[in-house]
Design a protein around this ligand. Structure first.
Ligand SMILES: NC(=O)C1=CN([C@@H]2O[C@H](COP(=O)(O)OP(=O)(O)OC[C@H]3O[C@@H](n4cnc5c(N)ncnc54)[C@H](OP(=O)(O)O)[C@@H]3O)[C@@H](O)[C@H]2O)[C@@H](O)CC1
Ligand SMILES: [K+]
Length: 485
């Protein structure tokens, strides 16, 4: 946005005009959502976020509402557009530390936006807690103050907004947790920067929508013969823990793989056979039997990890699969905790490995990144993808998907109840099915995460992984109705 603002100014657009548009949008939102407010309390920091709040205050007063303005510090410190807003707005103001939050207030939060650079002070934190305790509605300008727009993390303390009004495009802090929750309902307002300027600075960081992968979906032909829709292999562990791999295999079939074979130790075959019909079974007990299996180049993709156990065997099998498309999940990831470099070195060259860690598994492969609190979830996923030469699906309610050349997507369609036993196994199977059908790894991963989220919503609150399997739906081929800017 810094670059967008600069180019907007270069093209002759008035930055103060943008601030006026921003402030008016906030006032309009306040009047629309809280027509019965006793008073609107505009809290203004000394940056442009405060400038937006001053414009909003004037617009609200101009429409007849009761308005109070509180300033965080000496107004002589306003500069630039914020100083201009302060000069243009003739509303009495008081110091922030004199504000006593009162039932009936609607708070317009203009303390900090994109310029937040450190933890909020203890005084401001105490004020935020009082507003929260009284459950006063908060309309946040750009971001709830205290939320870091780059990471979604809270620096010290933050408001919990009911509404957040942001401008032109969403920022990472609007999508990553806890920022996403703290925003409440997010409105993205066009304040008049031409779309061509915004898109010219479109970062390699995007929200995960169909726009990202629909072209890769179009190559899939649902009417194609089953052999052309790919052959997915899912490795099972011992019989008692084979449920997880069965879940992956079933998901793989539902997600469109033409054929799915489960590979398992001989002793597990009777258990698997009792549960499976459309999925084929093949015994593999030794490294030699695995070598024979992987000679078959018609096998397009492999999933290893769910319920696998046996870390020694996992490492040997992964080494044997290192020139193939592989989804490594759960126990398969943990198997490399003592020597992640071995895994990364085996998968150099064209990207063909997809890693699906939750935070705990991530910390086993990338302990330094997990421990570095200065890194955002996006930073961690990005560095991990470069280091491992893999697509990383860093799971959570705000799953981040990254690839080695720097593209990153934040997923935001997952309902909270998707975090349930077996959910990750289903996801691994969907990714495997997409790889088997010939999608490139990043597109296979992003579309799988999205599809998993849609299935979770479809299955509904209280779902089990079995419900989730039945809720897997086809991928959309046309992005237009789904893509957001
Ligand atoms: N195109 C757009 O999107 C448009 C964006 N616009 C708006 O501009 C906003 C960005 O404005 P901005 O860059 O002036 O930063 P902002 O958020 O006001 O904060 C900076 C101030 O806070 C201070 N400060 C920081 N941390 C602090 C702390 N913990 N505790 C105390 N102080 C702290 C910092 O002080 P300093 O670090 O210098 O001491 C500085 O004074 C953006 O969010 C949007 O609302 C619109 O006007 C129109 C177009
Ligand atoms: K704010």
């Amino acid at each position: 946005m810094v670059k967008v603002d600069r180019d907007a100014a270069v093209s002759g657009i008035s930055s103060f005009g943008l601030m006026r548009a921003a402030g008016h949008a906030v006032a309009a939102s306040a009047l629309r959502h809280y027509p019965e407010a006793t008073r609107f309390v505009c809290l203004c920091g000394l940056g442009n976020n405060g400038g937006d709040a001053l414009i909003a205050a004037a617009a609200l007063a101009g429409s007849g509402a009761r308005v109070a303005v509180y300033l965080m510090g000496d107004p002589a410190r306003f500069t630039g557009d914020a100083a201009r807003a302060f000069a243009a707005v003739s509303i009495p103001h008081q110091p922030l530390d004199t504000y006593v939050p009162t039932i009936g207030d609607v708070v317009i939060d203009g303390l900090f936006g994109a310029g937040l650079s450190r933890a909020v002070s203890s005084d401001v934190a105490a004020l935020m807690r009082t507003v929260t305790d009284l459950t006063l509605p908060v309309i946040a300008i750009d971001l709830p103050s205290g939320v870091d727009g780059r990471s979604g993390q809270v620096l010290g303390e933050s408001f919990q907004a009911a509404q957040t009004v942001t401008f032109m495009t969403r920022k990472p802090g609007h999508l990553l947790l806890p920022g996403r929750t703290l925003c409440g309902v997010l409105q993205v307002i066009n304040i008049g920067i031409p779309a061509r300027i915004v898109t010219s600075h479109r970062a390699s960081l995007v929200e995960n929508t169909a726009a990202l992968w629909h072209k890769a979906v179009q190559v899939l032909d649902p009417a194609a013969h089953k052999y052309r829709r790919g052959h997915l292999i899912v490795f099972s562990g011992a019989a008692p823990s084979s449920g997880a791999a069965r879940m992956s295999a079933t998901a793989g079939l539902s997600a469109g793989a033409g054929l799915v074979t489960m590979v398992a130790p001989t002793e597990a075959l009777p258990t698997l056979a009792a549960h499976l019909t459309a999925i084929m079974l093949r015994p593999v007990d030794t490294d030699e039997m695995l070598s024979d299996l992987v000679k078959d180049t018609r096998l397009n993709a492999f999933v290893l990890g769910p319920g696998f156990g046996a870390p020694d065997r996992a490492r040997r099998y992964v080494a044997a699969l290192s020139d193939r498309s592989l989804v490594l999940d759960a126990d398969g990831i943990t198997a490399f905790r003592d020597d992640p470099q071995f895994l990364f070195a085996a998968f150099r060259g064209p990207v063909r490995l997809v890693l699906t860690p939750h935070d705990g598994e991530f910390s086993r492969l990338f302990p330094d990144l997990a421990a570095d609190t200065a890194l955002s979830k996006i930073d961690r996923a990005t560095i991990a993808a470069e280091r491992s030469n893999a697509v990383i699906i860093l799971k959570g309610s705000d799953t981040v998907i990254s690839e080695p050349n720097g593209r990153v997507a934040i997923n935001a369609n997952a309902p909270p109840w998707l975090a349930t036993a077996g959910s990750g196994d289903v996801l691994a199977g969907i990714v495997g099915a997409h790889l088997a059908q010939g999608m490139p790894p990043f597109e296979a991963a992003t579309s799988a995460v999205w599809r998993h989220g849609v299935a979770g919503n479809k299955a509904g609150e209280g779902m089990t992984a079995e419900n989730l399997l039945r809720a897997i739906r086809p991928l959309p081929r046309m992005p237009s109705s789904l893509a957001r800017p």
